[in-house]
Write a protein of this length. Structure first.
Ligand code: NAP
Length: 315
């Protein structure tokens, strides 16, 4: 995609950073954020509150692509206050973007709303895809369901709409999971977590960007797409391969009871590590999308090449 105007709501975080790197050389990017920042090259920041109409709405007029990533991070304790903020940040932002887009004279050609591959149930028996995936009802699934229902409830006759159910995204950009995983590896704690049998559904940040580019160019694409690599792996293999790529022979595993204590201490939930997410990108593959990083070893090699050695070695 070239010379387009792309709006990224919630684009100041990890995935937004990856999208700005990928699209920002050839396109104009407008990031909607609650925190004002100076422009960087073709990337400009406009302040919004993620809930109500404001001056920011004018930026959407005539834009080519709208991407919405807004949402409070799920990396926190699921107490009542955080649960509400996790729900509301996603549904409020989606609703106000929809209401504003409905009033535009020239609305974007495509709206990509983030969703999550965690919408599918804990699966150790078989992979889930867009056609046969089973959707359970635990907290994180409820978040995804309400988020998607809000998006699906918005009618836009001139804008194609897609939901990306994104897997755990791997990249070198700040805020991503590679940093904490590599810290574990660096300090000799990079063994498997829990039983290590839980499936890890991941995707390389470049393939997230490439899939959005592909959806934009593909006029018939709409609805739900799993944005996950075609080769999910067990947590044990994920950690083994990460240690190997980072040049570490050994890593202590973390059994589930220890993880539960650790998660409480650092203010997060074990679900993020122990849920077995086994998801395949069946629709994208059927419709001709080709992954640049389908395998974990090429993905890790590429990502580590972008990081300083000090990110994964003490010396
Ligand atoms: N990273 C992954 O592996 C992954 C996997 C599946 C799904 N997702 C989903 O994809 C989206 C983007 O992921 P990410 O990793 O880039 O997340 P991120 O780094 O946490 O960025 C999300 C952005 O949302 C905005 N935000 C947070 N709380 C908000 C609130 N209460 N009201 C309005 N805006 C708020 C923040 O922007 P400002 O502070 O600048 O306003 C933040 O930069 C998220 O919704 C996430 O759930 C991510």
């Amino acid at each position: 995609m070239k010379n387009k105007r792309i709006i990224i709501a919630g684009g100041s975080g990890f995935i937004g950073h990856g999208l700005s790197d990928y699209f920002g050389t050839d396109n104009d990017i407008v990031i909607l954020t609650r925190r004002p920042q100076a422009a960087r090259g073709r990337v400009q920041y406009i302040v919004w509150d993620g809930r109500t109409r404001g001056d920011w709405a004018a930026a959407l007029e005539g834009a080519d692509l709208l991407i919405n990533l807004t949402g409070k991070s799920v990396n926190c304790r699921y107490n009542e206050q955080n649960r509400q903020a996790i729900f509301n940040s996603r549904t409020d932002a989606t609703s106000i973007l929809g209401a504003v887009t409905q009033t535009l004279k020239k609305p974007p050609r495509l709206w990509v709303n983030a969703g999550s591959a965690t919408i599918y149930r804990h699966a150790e028996d078989r992979p889930m895809n867009e056609f046969n995936g089973e959707i359970a009802d635990d907290f994180s699934v409820q978040v995804c369901k309400r988020w998607e229902a809000t998006f699906n409830g918005i009618t836009l006759p001139h804008t194609r709409k897609t939901i990306l159910r994104i897997g755990v995204t791997l990249g070198w950009q700040p805020g991503g999971v590679m940093h904490p995983y590599l810290n574990l590896v660096k300090f000799g704690l990079g063994g498997h977590q829990g039983s290590g049998r839980q499936m890890f559904t991941w995707v390389h940040i470049t393939d997230v960007c490439r899939m959005i580019d592909w959806l934009y160019e593909n006029d018939t694409a709409s609805g739900v797409y799993n944005c996950t690599s075609p080769n999910p792996i067990p947590n044990r293999t994920f950690m083994q391969q990460l240690r190997k790529t980072a040049g570490h022979l050994f890593g202590l595993p973390a059994p589930a009871p220890l993880l539960r204590i650790g998660a409480t201490l650092i203010g997060t939930e074990t679900e993020l590590l122990l849920k077995s997410r086994w998801v395949l990108p069946t629709r994208a593959l059927q419709e001709g999308f080709v992954f640049q990083y389908p395998d974990i070893n090429t993905a890790f090699s590429h990502i580590l090449a972008h990081m300083p050695r000090s990110a994964y070695h003490l010396f």
